[in-house]
Design a protein around this ligand. Structure first.
Ligand code: SF4
Length: 357
């Protein structure tokens, strides 16, 4: 059997398996294009369990393209707080504006049109087009690449774009349309998420493709997929400053571009300066410190960089300019502070405790 016949032969067992085994997900109850779009963007680089509490709340607050296009940046960031990769949220809003102006507020059906919208690449375009509209378009993410390369015993490097493209082309050539397209896209994803697992541990005994999977038949399922190693992440050391004055803490807004753009942060300096160096640097920007104390360390991993953070509590003599001074409660409820800075809550709790003692 050639590759194309093998992919075709996988369709029916996959559809049958999916009908029996699919997990209930909120975005599967009513797969309208807006809901599918929001779910697919949220699920990029984020686990399903982490997305669930965000999804319904987001749809309650922003139920359609118009409300998303008109939402304030601060509210949007707050709704996204903790999900990470904040550019996804900003692109959602930008794309909502594009959908409104170009398509009268309705997401287009065809993948080529969807791909022209902010934040929508091949994968998301294929997912919306097939799941919501039944178009014969595959959606190839890491899960699908893994299953397909195992099924075909394909040794091409899945880290390369051309492998992703050739897998998408091969699937598209044998894709059904209508309800089957919608179910098939989800079936490939579901199989990768629940059965054909990564890191050498596929549950072939539970797989509907076990009888035709070349890698499995050759006893080599764990040799696939082939993936070239990623570049090592850059390590950045930072000292995060919890400047306080009475019950208030200093926060500031990050730049509108780049990592964590538009979210709120605690001031920081690069590296781990000594106490004396830190005092000098604070003085230079008009912050008069009454006392400094270390209050722990945390780390946060982004795609290409890892932050290793030392937290220092700085009790200030006065509220210096250039920051917003807010209570911990106001920060928690009114400002989108990304999880990279979530450690502040522990520091604040520790400070409150030591003030009591
Ligand atoms: Fe993956 Fe095993 Fe199924 Fe092949 S038989 S697709 S390796 S789970």
């Amino acid at each position: 059997m050639n590759d194309s016949d093998l992919l075709k032969a996988a369709t029916l067992p996959l559809l049958n398996w999916y009908a029996e085994n699919k997990r209930e997900m909120p975005w599967r109850l009513n797969p309208d294009p807006y809901r599918v779009w929001i779910s697919e963007i949220m699920l990029q680089q984020t686990r399903i369990e982490a997305v669930l509490p965000y999804y319904e709340r987001f749809l309650r607050e922003l139920p359609d393209v118009v409300s998303l296009a008109q939402v304030s940046d601060d509210k949007l960031m707050k709704l996204w707080e903790g999900l990470g990769y904040y550019s996804r949220a900003r692109n959602l809003k930008k794309a909502a504006g594009q959908i409104f102006s170009r398509y009268g507020g309705k997401l287009p059906e065809r993948a080529e049109e969807l791909r022209t919208l902010a934040g929508i690449g091949d994968y998301t375009a294929g997912a919306i087009s097939s799941i919501a509209y039944g178009q014969p378009e595959p959606a190839v993410d890491g899960n699908v690449l893994r299953v397909v390369t195992r099924l075909l015993a394909c040794g091409d490097d899945i880290a390369k774009e051309k492998t992703k493209k050739s897998v998408a082309d091969a699937l598209r050539a044998v894709y059904p349309s209508g309800k089957d397209a919608s179910a098939l896209t989800q079936a490939w994803m579901e199989l990768g998420e629940t059965v054909c697992l990564p890191n050498g541990a596929p549950k072939c005994f539970a797989c509907p493709l076990v009888g035709i999977c070349r890698a499995r038949l050759a006893g080599r399922a764990e040799d696939y997929p082939v993936k070239s190693p990623k570049k090592q992440r850059r390590i950045e050391e930072k000292t995060i400053l919890l400047l306080s004055c009475g019950e208030r803490f200093a926060i500031r807004k990050r730049e509108e571009r780049g990592l964590l753009a538009g979210t709120w942060e605690f001031p920081s300096v690069d590296g781990y300066p000594t106490e004396k160096e830190l005092c000098d640097r604070l003085n230079a920007v008009g912050v008069e410190a009454q006392s400094l104390a270390h209050c722990g360390e945390s780390a946060h991993i982004f795609t290409h960089v890892e932050w290793r953070m030392r937290w220092v509590s700085v009790v200030c003599l006065q509220k210096s300019e250039g920051f917003l001074w807010k209570t911990a409660e106001e920060i928690a409820h009114g400002y989108a502070v990304p999880s990279a800075f979530r450690y502040y809550k522990r520091c604040v709790a520790a400070l409150a405790q030591s003030a009591k003692n």
